[in-house]
Design a protein around this ligand. Structure first.
Ligand SMILES: [Zn+2]
Length: 221
């Protein structure tokens, strides 16, 4: 968009930082102050190894899911896609620098149920995946994995619902030899990512990499 046009639009529809809600420049996804704060939550390699018995081969994350980062995720789930674009940029940088993951055949966002999709109007994992796809050129696919709204779900609380891995299914399709990135906004126990990886491997996927916007720190035993 033309700079002058963006500036004028900004006067009428000012951008707000998804983390602190203060006004931002027209070309900023997160304000400068918050970007500095977010630096300290940068994911390091300590959690990079998959959990024991995992179906995914590697895991890459943008940030630890803590404090300021949580605000960004709340806003992403509350109608504002900016933090999703921001996370997509952060993860893309990491993917581009990674010799293995950068050669993936496609990226699949963790699916939402049709009902949740209707309620929110978009899949926040797909906002991140689409940004990664645009930057890296890795094709996004949304017609392979599905999430169903099962009756059992209604008796579960919000966390249990999110972790209800039996709700996921896969289209009967040949994924032989494919290297696939599975993308999500938040990774807590890793069970959702793991279930998706299990399904993809059941169709022959050679390798599955997890690319998540944020991840909780593993508890030290
Ligand atoms: Zn801010």
């Amino acid at each position: 968009m033309n700079k002058a046009v963006s500036y004028i639009l900004d006067l009428f529809f000012p951008n707000r930082c998804p983390v602190c809600r203060s006004f931002t420049e027209y070309n900023e996804l997160v304000c400068e102050k918050c970007m500095k704060k977010l630096e300290k939550y940068t994911f390091e390699s300590i959690d990079a190894l998959p959990i024991t018995g995992a179906f995914y081969d590697r895991k890459l994350a943008g940030y630890y899911y803590e404090n300021e980062v949580k605000n960004g995720i709340y806003s992403l789930k509350d109608g504002h896609k900016e933090f999703g674009y921001y996370l997509g940029n952060i993860i893309s940088e990491k993917i581009i620098c990674d010799e293995t993951i950068s050669k993936a055949d496609c990226i699949i966002p963790v699916p939402m149920s049709a009902k949740s999709f209707r309620l929110r109007g978009y899949n926040q994992a797909a906002v991140i995946a689409e940004t990664i796809s645009t930057i890296t050129g890795i094709k996004m696919m949304t017609d392979i994995l599905y999430k169903h709204e099962s009756k059992v779900q209604h008796s579960l609380n919000m966390t249990q619902r999110m972790e209800n891995v039996s709700a996921y299914s896969i289209k009967n399709t040949d994924l032989s030899g494919r290297k696939i990135i599975i993308c999500d906004d938040v990774c807590t126990t890793g069970s959702t990512i793991n279930r998706c990886a299990e399904l993809l491997k059941s169709m022959g996927a050679a390798e599955v990499y997890a690319a998540v916007g944020t991840t909780t720190k593993l508890k030290k035993e």
